[in-house]
Design a protein around this ligand. Structure first.
Ligand code: SAH
Length: 357
């Protein structure tokens, strides 16, 4: 199977080349692209606008689907976690997060993760491998089909967050390619403005990302106001420290469009990085770099065995937020979703829990 070419990984131009090599007219590429991305069909057989012999030929050399859903968990808050497996048996997780007005899909860029953030469960897996562009696109298609049915219209707009397993900026090329494929107006039509990518701080890629013509929004995981603490919590800080990270953020700020902001994520760990003192240090840090178009998303820690950290008290979260606000830094508290099914931030580690639906 792995020998077959995964068509979800092909850009429209590549798909055109592919069909031309089969001796097919150009418009076939367009039909196939729509079948894959706009209609989200799961087999060539369903592409009934193609001649039967072409469908058979495609089936021999190509595939539209390589991921298998292994388990699917539904939270009491409506969040769904999908545990999938690649053709070579690596775990891939995606999370569907509905609200009244829109859906958000959190996708993974890698199977496992090479970064060793001390408070994150995914880190315990280590890096298993990078996901291909096709595997990234397929996560979104699989989730939409499961929630709404194959080929059914989606009632809400879909937002994407690259905040699942893995470090997106360590799989930069495949990520950007997948996003380009998903932005096509005769496909999924998820435009960059609906996408946010989160990085733990791969500094050179922040500069590269800033230069992209049509780039999504950016979030940077910070989680500590000084190098000593960040070295411990997020060892990537030993490679690129806070000064280098904030210099890159400052440069990124210049690339913001009208009305756009970017985000620092700060995981609140009880008694570790959540005191008033930490909040003041954080606000001073951001003010020192004169970062003005930034907001802080405070993420109360989602606990998970065997992580040793605990969440901050609700009271301390509020105090932390107030200190930041009093120093002119916009801060929001992210409401955890899907904690009961290990779907929340930092909990994606291919865990099986009871209550599969
Ligand atoms: N590697 C990227 C993408 C992952 S995003 C990054 O680090 O930004 C996942 C977000 O959840 C990050 O901001 C991360 O710091 C946060 N996170 C990790 N473990 C967590 C946990 N146990 N509870 C709450 N947030 C966590």
């Amino acid at each position: 199977m792995s020998e077959k070419i995964h068509l979800l990984a092909l850009s429209k131009n590549e798909l055109t080349e592919f069909t031309e090599n089969l001796g097919e007219p150009k418009f076939r590429a367009s039909q196939i692209f729509k079948g894959l991305h706009e209609r989200r069909l799961q087999s060539f057989d369903e592409m009934t606008d193609l001649p039967k012999n072409l469908r058979e030929r495609l089936d021999e050399i190509a595939t539209v689907s390589t991921l298998k859903i292994e388990s699917r968990y539904v939270s009491i808050d409506g969040t769904r976690r999908f545990l999938m497996k690649t053709h070579d048996n690596f775990p891939v997780e995606a999370v569907f997060i509905p609200t009244d007005t829109r859906d958000t899909i959190c996708f993974s860029s890698q199977s496992g993760c090479p970064l060793k953030c001390d408070f994150c469960l995914t880190a315990k897996l280590g890096l298993l491998r990078n996901l291909t562009a096709g595997e990234i696109v397929e996560q979104i298609i699989t989730v939409l089909n499961d929630v709404y049915g194959v080929g059914e219209e989606t009632p809400h707009g879909t937002n994407l967050v690259g905040m699942g397993a893995g470090e997106p900026f360590l799989n930069f090329e495949n990520l950007i390619k997948a996003l380009e494929i998903m932005s096509a107006d005769d496909g999924l039509f998820i435009v960059p403005n609906r996408v946010t990518i989160s990085t733990a701080g791969i500094v050179p890629k922040i500069y590269e990302f800033a230069r992209l013509e049509n780039r999504p929004h950016l979030a940077i995981s910070l989680s500590a106001p000084d190098d000593k603490l960040r070295d411990k919590l997020m060892p990537i800080n030993k490679r690129w420290n806070i000064e280098e990270l904030l210099a890159a953020a400052k440069e990124f700020e210049k690339s913001l469009r009208a009305g756009e902001r970017f985000t620092f994520e700060y995981v609140l760990l009880g008694d570790v990085n959540d005191t008033d003192e930490h909040a003041r240090a954080l606000a001073n840090l951001l003010n020192r770099y004169e970062l003005q178009r930034v907001k802080i998303n405070l993420i109360p820690h989602n606990s998970a065995e065997p992580l040793e950290y605990k969440a901050s008290s609700a009271e301390q979260v509020k105090r932390f937020q107030n200190v930041l606000e009093s120093k002119g830094v916009a801060a929001f508290v992210r409401r955890p979703r899907g904690r009961d099914i290990y779907a929340a931030c930092g909990q994606l580690a291919a865990k099986s829990v009871s209550g599969e639906r």
